[in-house]
Ligand binder design. Structure first.
Ligand code: PRP
Length: 210
């Protein structure tokens, strides 16, 4: 496997859509690919090694060069600002980042408290709005924060809107649209340009046909 390509794949909701795109692009992935609990999956026929990472960590693997490329949500790219190239919008896993809260709730204190998994994105957004806020970093179940009095508002991903609705929250402001992207390590791009260009072109053809 001389010119092995290592791809960091995000576990979770992006994974299946990304795997489907790779199959449509002609990559022969093993049938158990989507169901496996393995964290490293070698596909010798394609000279590809997949590493399965937490979505927030994909950019870290690619920046450090342990993965040549990866599939990462634009939300993670905005939050992490890593030294990687973003080469293709896969146009999958559409969602958006939004500010949400309890309808009509009064802000407690001087600066509203904002709970989020995206402290950098949230800070820049409110700075641009000229609004002073206190950011509270959480790692998940962000919608809990206003319900139990931890925060006045949240900044989080909205996909179907179901989580907000079922928890009695409303969207207040839409920040930005999100899709998944192919990101590439700059050194890998120099050393494995043909293989990477081939993969990007094949995926790009599939994306254009969607
Ligand atoms: C994400 C996001 C919202 C939810 C939005 O959470 O943080 O909670 O999905 O999706 P919806 O609009 O379709 O309801 P995720 O399921 O990734 O888990 P998390 O709470 O651990 O972040």
């Amino acid at each position: 496997m001389g010119d092995l390509l290592t791809i960091a794949m995000p576990k979770g909701r992006i994974f299946e859509e990304a795997a489907e795109l790779l199959r449509k692009a002609g990559y022969q992935l093993p049938p158990e690919f989507e169901d496996s609990r393995k964290l490293i999956i070698d596909v010798p026929e394609e000279k590809i090694r997949f590493i399965l990472a937490k979505p927030m960590d994909v950019t870290t693997y690619v920046e450090h060069g342990v993965a040549d490329l990866g599939i990462a949500g634009k939300d993670v790219m905005l939050e992490e600002e890593r030294d990687v190239y973003e080469v293709l919008d896969l146009k999958i896993s559409h969602c958006y980042l939004a500010v949400a809260g309890i309808p009509g709730a009064k802000v407690q204190g001087v600066a509203p408290k904002v709970a989020t998994k995206y402290p950098n994105v949230a800070s820049s957004y409110f700075r641009e709005q000229g609004e002073q806020v206190e950011i509270i970093k959480l790692n998940g179940s962000i919608e809990l924060a206003p319900l139990i009095g931890l925060a006045d508002r949240i900044v989080d991903i909205v996909s179907t809107g179901r989580t907000l609705k079922e928890n009695g929250l409303v969207e207040l402001e839409r920040i930005t649209d999100i899709t998944s992207r192919i990101i590439v390590n700059p050194v890998s791009y120099r050393l494995k340009d043909q293989r990477i260009d081939d993969l990007v072109e094949r995926l790009s053809n599939v994306v254009d046909g969607l």
